[in-house]
Design a binder for this molecule. Structure first.
Ligand code: AMP
Ligand code: ZN
Length: 143
């Protein structure tokens, strides 16, 4: 995609600090890290949504993200890492080329996910699961 900044990074048209590349994926440092060493793993092919990324590439993204997380622990003395992907603007996606964040974490790094835990009413769980199952399309051809 001509105007996509991450496609331009893959093509070498704008600079990025690369940490890994293979035939399917490209990984580089996030310019605004949650912690130093925060990496983005992207498919080389342009996909706005994670839902249309072919299985081999999606699997590679996860594998590379997890191995980079391990490298961050070894190289920079982190204790843990988060893998995070925002799919869609409402979920916080700003760059519309799918990307997996690898966020290195320490126990006292001062960063907290603002996580909440709602409760289901009686029977609501089953209803919701039924709706999801009815619309689940594993072909990955559409969003
Ligand atoms: P998201 O909110 O999940 O779409 O995240 C987009 C991420 O891309 C942010 O964490 C940005 O800091 C990062 N980002 C944007 N432009 C660049 C760039 N040119 N090089 C590296 N990281 C970038
Ligand atoms: Zn792109």
């Amino acid at each position: 995609m001509a105007e996509c900044i991450f496609c331009k990074i893959v093509a070498g048209e704008i600079p990025a600090v690369k940490v890994y590349e293979d035939e399917l994926v490209f990984a580089f440092l996030d310019i605004g890290p949650i912690n130093p060493g925060h990496v983005l793993v992207i498919p080389k092919e342009h996909h706005e949504s994670s839902a249309t990324i072919p299985e081999a590439t999606a699997g590679r993204m996860f594998r590379v993200g997890a191995r980079i997380g391990t490298a961050l622990r070894r190289a920079l003395d982190y204790e843990a890492f988060n893998l995070h992907l925002a799919d869609g603007t409402a979920a916080g996606q700003v760059v519309m080329h799918a990307h997996l964040h690898v966020v290195p974490r320490g126990v006292e790094d001062g960063f907290h996910w603002n996580w909440r835990q709602l409760r289901y009413a009686d029977g609501e769980c089953a209803e919701i699961a039924k709706k999801i199952i009815a619309r689940l399309d594993m072909t990955g051809k559409s969003r």
